[in-house]
Design a protein around this ligand. Structure first.
Ligand SMILES: [Zn+2]
Length: 114
């Protein structure tokens, strides 16, 4: 019993320490993720759909590299190379809204206006 009690207390302490640590990691990850996503929003901030002039950031996409850009940006630990890749992909993309993007992908809209 005497041996058990201190061990038990120790367990509780390291458990709460672990929980706190885990929480911190989660917050840092979230913060870094937001930073990466907001760097994307920064590109879209003054943008609007080249077809219908939609300017709501949440609706804007990069054509044709949207998926690749978002995938790269979501990857944890962006280094200089991936930053450059994103920049290059963004520079070679045009901004359209998700509605127009769907139309382009389904051949309902001719992307030559871009
Ligand atoms: Zn549009």
């Amino acid at each position: 019993m005497f041996l058990y009690v201190p061990k038990h207390i120790n367990n509780i302490m390291s458990n709460s320490h672990y929980k706190k640590y885990k929480q911190t990691i989660k917050e840092v990850t979230k913060r870094n993720y937001r930073k990466r996503v907001s760097s994307l929003n920064h590109y879209l901030e003054n943008g609007k759909c080249l077809h219908c002039s939609e300017s709501e950031i949440a609706c804007l996409r990069f054509y044709p590299h949207d998926k690749e850009i978002r995938k790269t940006i979501k990857r944890v630990g962006m280094n200089d190379t991936s930053r450059k890749t994103v920049k290059r992909l963004i520079d070679s993309s045009k901004i359209v809204c998700s509605n127009c993007l769907i139309k382009i992908e389904n051949d309902l809209l001719d992307p030559t206006f871009l």
